[in-house]
Ligand binder design. Sequence first.
Ligand code: GDP
Length: 343
Amino acid sequence: MKDEKLSGNQETSNKKKLGSKRNLTLKEFQEGLKTGNTAILARAITLVESTKAEDKILSNQLVSHCLSNSVDSVRIGITGIPGVGKSTFIENLGSRLLDKGERVAVLAVDPSSIQSSGSILGDKTRMPYLAQNKNAFVRPSPTRKALGGVTTKTRETILLCEAAGFNIIFIETVGVGQSETAVYDMVDFFLLLNLPGTGDELQGIKRGIIEMADAIAINKADGDNLKKSHQAQSQLQKTMELYPPKYAFWNTIVGICSATEGKGIDTIWKTIQEFVSLAKSSGFFEEKRKLQREKWLYQTLDEELRLQYFEDNNSSDALESFIKMVRDSQISAGEAAQLLMRK
Ligand code: GDP
């Protein structure tokens, strides 16, 4: 009897183990997301990041399903140099949103991942309150790499999060390389966090980022920094007045906040809400999302073609010999590519 009981228990535990390992069906993924199951959400994200052909079929079906089975969401991009306070800001604002009953997801697009295996963004320990809350989902950078280190499946991940009921999506990135443009192309609102400087407030900020920002918040406006922060705010505001209005309904706002003290955070949230409301009533919100989806197709096609090309020709003799010729300046990259494509 005892033995039978033991083997019964063992079977249950084996089943559990198998259950967590075995592949899920489309229906199981759909139902898991519908109930907001974050373990299933994490597995769905792993699925969309997979490059295996058999995973791609299921992943595409799942993502298509998510398009029409999700909550209304606001996607917010947050950028700024390392140490400016992005994770502290997201932790603070995210906690406030959780208190209001919102469900918050935090994703990261991390340009460092191409150089090192470690991620400098989206680490769960950097947002302890959110990481422990069942209505929040903090996802560190995926490991898959693409041009410029920008992970290519963030768009799909956003859709999965929305299907799992997360209606406020933060996408964090560091102000390096192409990651900002990539994030800008995925979000409804783009926030630049900046530090109170001493002289020219625009020094060190790339013009392109200023042009992308819907709002700039000077963080760490506390203690000895407070006066400097107000000065920086008015200086930046004046500079922004020299730029043409961002949209017909919007001029880039310059605010100040302290993420550690929680000051100014509610005002920034109000700004985001106001932007979303104006963008929706003018039709801009949906138009921008449509355009973003179009870019999504182009980028996916681009990547698929590239992957397919290298899958078929990775170490082909022709490729090797053209690489050599291009390295030795015997032929231009353009001509070599054209000849290789013809083959
Ligand atoms: P990230 O690299 O941009 O994500 O920056 P973090 O959120 O990790 O913050 C970097 C450091 O700045 C941490 O030691 C934070 O405690 C600190 N910090 C963040 N926000 C503020 C703020 O508003 N005021 C002050 N004084 N320190 C802050």
